[in-house]
Write a protein of this length. Structure first.
Length: 277
């Protein structure tokens, strides 16, 4: 599932292309919205909330979309060939000079803009909220502290605590903190520092498609431990381990260095080849 900075950047680009313009074409190709035609509506703006996107129209409605595992919004100029098959398109929003196509968007809903909180009101503070301030930080800390008996890696992924962190950043945050992902929240020494680091990493990559946590833009050097199972730790040379964290549909692949990240950990399930998230 995309990280919050990926969704933020998609929303920023869609907003630049669509906001203030009138839809020449507004097709929704989703069973739940069959027959909906948005053509003629003005686009007020596009904004992200955690991993959710809202395209807002001048009739007081919003089109909600969520990427899940394989969804994406692409921007084209009229007449350009789409980079994904047409049968995957779930929404086509065209304004003069630009066409936005939403592919594989399993979650699409049209709702009153005033009721957006129905879909995102349960989320914790958005780490990329432009208005982030002390009150957001305090609420995020309160929610994280309330998960005292949860494993830190799982608490970082819980969007009800803070919105935006996915498996990549969970993995890298734990490494940079020097903590095993299985460390309990109550045993984490600096919870405000956890929140500050999560926000720092998301902000660092919010305006570019490449995601780096090491500071290097080179794909082979972009991450400390994420998807580097079986390879030497960049700091100490110890082989990076891999195991699943969480149960059932909530299970995610965890990567960690047993030397740089001491603490509780399961038996590794794989060490030689990186596993995809």
């Amino acid at each position: 599932m995309p990280e919050g900075d990926t969704v933020y950047l998609a929303g920023k680009r869609l907003n630049a292309a669509l906001a203030g313009r009138t839809l020449l074409r507004g097709e929704i190709r989703h069973p739940r919205l069959a027959g909906v035609d948005l053509a003629g509506l003005g686009v007020v703006g596009v904004a992200s909330v955690g991993k959710h996107l809202f395209t807002r129209f001048d009739d007081g409605q919003s089109l909600h979309s969520h990427f899940r595992m394989d969804g994406a919004w692409h921007l084209y100029h009229p007449g350009m060939r789409w980079r994904r098959p047409g049968h995957e398109a779930r929404a086509v929003l065209e304004v003069p000079e630009r066409v936005a196509v939403g592919f594989a968007l399993h979650d699409l809903e049209l709702l009153p803009t005033a009721e957006e909180s129905r879909l995102v009101g349960h989320l914790g503070p958005d780490l990329l909220d432009p208005g982030w301030g002390p009150e957001h930080e305090a609420e995020a800390l309160r929610r994280l502290d309330a998960r005292a008996d949860h494993e830190l890696g799982l608490a970082l992924l819980e969007q009800r605590v803070t919105a935006g962190v996915g498996n990549l950043y969970k993995t890298e945050i734990c490494f940079l903190l020097g903590l095993s992902p299985w460390t309990l929240v109550r045993d984490t020494p600096d919870l405000p520092g956890v929140i500050a680091l999560a926000r720092k990493l998301l902000l660092m990559n919010a305006d570019r498609p490449e995601q780096t946590t090491t500071g290097s833009p080179h794909p082979a050097e972009a991450h400390w431990v994420f998807e580097r199972g079986g390879r030497p730790c960049r700091r100490c040379g110890t082989r990076i381990r891999v195991a699943e964290q969480g149960d059932g549909v909530y299970a995610r692949v965890a990567y960690w260095c047993p030397r740089c990240q001491p603490g509780p950990a399961p038996r590794p399930t794989h060490t030689r080849r990186p596993l995809r998230r």
